[in-house]
Design a protein around this ligand. Structure first.
Ligand SMILES: [Zn+2]
Length: 686
């Protein structure tokens, strides 16, 4: 590993922070923290932490010695001064004399020592930094060091690589106990340049930010050099019987078998989002004959356990053309995983006097021989984190097995970490929304109603995929909603394009739960004289387009087996035809019946089908120019034209979007048509 330190960049940051009145030591601390955070083989997603001891002025204007430590759960790559809370060092050092310090007390004492009472909570590893005397302390979970210490013979490996340059700290869970032990080991050998925390990570320290950082790079490099010496071949592959089913067939089945019914609301499911990864290294790992041993021994560093659980779910090879068999095996494996997790919890909760509450027993990482790995989470972000950590674990375990035999911490130690209140607190911040865990696809998504609908579903917690003809325009619209919104090209007049677009959504999220079939366009013509070609074109888009989208969605929903929701943009023309609008209204009327047909035939599978009848919405169909022309022709203002309904209110794309969200949430409603037109008795359904 090479040092990424650039004196020019470091001084540039010092200059920028000086303008905010922040001194060069803290600025350099932030600079090297970002360097460490930018290297995924050192830390991932909030792992690791750094500190600096310095003088500061407290709120009363008194100069005080403090330690600045990274905030809990913060990402080192994006750290700034607001995420480095300062605490009074003398108060923290006093704790050193205690025999023990309960977690709840530690959390309160850390907050009590803050210079700024409004600052974010500091890292759970704060005391490790406070008890060491060095000005700069850096801590990472470097993969190479983990491969060296996640071993049955980790002492031998450490002595061989580091000699007397590093203190070796046996595994103790993070917190007060580890901080006391680490400081004690340092004091016995005050010449060491850092500490190896067995089965956890590495600490380096120094008098300057650069010294501490470059010691980290050097010590990790020594571990990396050891990992390329005397390697055994890993892993011997188990035989793969024949062609493996593609991801798009496997993911919805997997998503279904790991979903659980919501105990409170009939028809509701708790579904995960899936993030799939594969590579030659991942395949080498998941195809190994001894996968069950090395993949289930435990986490590579304790910090991962809240994101990955203590072990992954391992499935059988999904053979091409045999989905029923794969699903049966997957169901068996998933329910065995849940049983295992429940018994693990019960076994260790006894030690806590039965006081703890079990988190959901679903897996967070799934390994599929022949295919790759899946990270699972309630949101695409959580799934991504689980997949990143699983990929990191695979690299670490592969290297550990290449030089020895991978050995994690014990099951009890993993439990203590998983249910450690400061760790659970990191997860508790995430708020559940009504559609969290659901994947919503919107067609015609680059239009006014499409964008408003995608935005409304995202705000309700769903993951959204925007489909439209023009990929660039759709991508641009998606960016206006959220970086997590996914854009994909889809021509609903082509069955192949629809199928391909849905496959892409399954690739990205693992499945589909809600479809808003919204793509459409208007054609006009007096019905007795209109060219048949015009009518056919309109049917192709305004009827067959909906049918193709619904068919593609139902295929995935049935594979998942957790129900679903089909929503259609029908239009007032379906029930209240306007003169010259036959070519538009006729296929829309057929689509209204299509909604009922889906409701009838798939209700038994938990798939609902509903429609929204909207009228006079400013959009691609009803353009500003058209509104101007129509209102002038009628001799009314544009405003009066747009609000010419019973309520006297203009209908906006956001109103239509809210109707779709309401239908998605109404679990006992199917074959429904919701009218969003401000009131028009002639178009009322009954
Ligand atoms: Zn750590």
């Amino acid at each position: 590993m090479k040092s990424a330190w650039s004196e020019r960049e470091a001084q540039a940051l010092v200059g920028r922070y000086a303008l905010e009145g922040i001194g060069s030591d803290l600025a350099l601390r932030i600079y090297s923290t970002r360097l460490l955070g930018g290297e995924p083989s050192l830390v991932l997603h909030g792992g690791g932490n750094t500190s600096i001891k310095a003088l500061t002025t407290d709120l009363l204007g008194e100069v005080t010695e403090v330690v600045y430590v990274k905030a809990s759960g913060g990402d080192m790559a994006f750290i700034d001064a607001t995420r480095m809370p300062a605490m009074r060092l003398d108060r923290l050092r006093k704790l050193r004399t205690l025999e023990r310090l309960p977690d709840e007390d530690m959390t309160l004492i850390l907050r009590d020592a803050l210079i700024d009472p409004m600052a974010p909570s500091p890292s759970v590893e704060t005391l490790l930094h406070a008890f060491l005397p060095h000005k700069f302390v850096d801590h990472t979970h470097a993969n190479a060091v983990l491969s060296l210490t996640d071993q049955e013979d980790s002492d031998l490996f450490c002595a061989d690589v580091y000699g007397s340059r590093m203190g070796i700290v046996p595994y103790i869970m993070p917190g007060f106990g580890l901080a006391v032990r680490a400081a004690g080991i340092y004091e016995l050998k005050p010449k060491v340049e850092g500490l190896i925390l067995q089965k956890h990570g590495i600490v380096t320290f120094g008098g300057s930010a650069r010294e501490s950082y470059e010691r980290m790079i050097e010590m990790v490099t020594l571990a990396e050099e050891r990992l390329v010496k005397n390697r055994k071949a890993v892993f011997v592959s188990a035989p793969i019987p024949g062609p493996v089913a593609p991801l798009v067939d496997v993911a919805p089945i997997l998503r279904g078998v790991v979903s659980i019914k919501d105990g409170h609301t009939e028809g509701a499911w708790r579904r995960p989002i899936l993030d799939f990864r594969t590579s030659p290294a991942i395949l080498n790992f998941v195809n190994g004959a001894e996968l069950a041993r090395y993949a289930q021994d435990g986490v590579v560093t304790p910090d991962h356990v809240i994101r990955t659980k203590i072990r992954p779910l391992i499935l059988t090879i999904p053979e091409a053309g045999r989905p029923v068999e794969f699903k049966r095996n997957a169901l068996k494996a998933a329910s065995a995983f849940v049983e295992y997790y429940k018994s693990y919890f019960a076994r260790h909760n006894v030690r806590a006097g039965g006081a703890l509450r079990m988190v959901d027993p679903q897996p967070r990482v799934v390994l599929v021989p022949g295919l790759g790995l899946f990270g699972l989470g309630r949101t695409s972000c959580d799934a991504m984190i689980a997949a990143d950590l699983a990929t990191c674990a695979i690299e670490t375990i592969t290297d550990a097995e290449a030089i020895g035999r991978f050995a994690s911490i014990s099951e009890a130690e993993m439990f203590d970490m998983e249910y450690w209140p400061p760790e659970q607190a990191k997860l508790a911040e995430a708020r559940e929304q009504p559609l969290t865990g659901q994947v919503a696809v919107i067609t015609g998504a680059a239009g006014a109603i499409g964008v408003a609908t995608a935005k409304a579903f995202m705000e309700a917690g769903a993951e959204v995929a925007l489909m439209d003809l023009d990929e660039t325009a759709t991508e641009a619209k998606a960016r206006t909603i959220s970086p997590a919104a996914f854009a994909v090209r889809c021509d609903v007049t082509s069955a192949a394009s629809v199928r391909g677009a849905f496959d892409e959504v399954v690739d990205v999220f693992g499945g589909v739960d809600i479809v808003v079939s919204n793509a459409g366009a208007a054609w006009q013509g007096r019905i007795g004289e209109v060219d048949e070609e015009v009518l056919r074109k309109s049917f192709e888009l305004n009827f067959y387009g909906h049918q193709r989208v619904a068919q593609a969605a139902v295929r995935i929903m049935l594979a998942q087996g957790t129900g679903g929701c089909l929503l259609f943009n029908v239009s007032k023309q379906a029930v209240n035809p306007g003169a010259n609008f036959g070519p538009y209204g006729l296929p829309k009327a057929a689509t209204l019946l299509l909604v009922r047909q889906y409701a009838l035939e798939y209700g038994g599978d938990g798939i609902r089908a509903n429609a929204v009848n909207a009228d006079r919405v400013r959009s691609g169909l009803l353009t500003d120019d058209f509104i101007k022309e129509r209102s002038q022709a009628r001799g009314v203002s544009e405003k009066d034209y747009m609000s010419g309904n019973l309520l006297g209110r203009e209908v906006r794309p956001e109103d239509v979007a809210q109707a779709f969200v309401a239908q998605a949430l109404a679990l006992k409603t199917t074959a429904d048509v919701m009218t969003v037109d401000g009131g028009n008795i002639a178009a009322a359904l009954r």
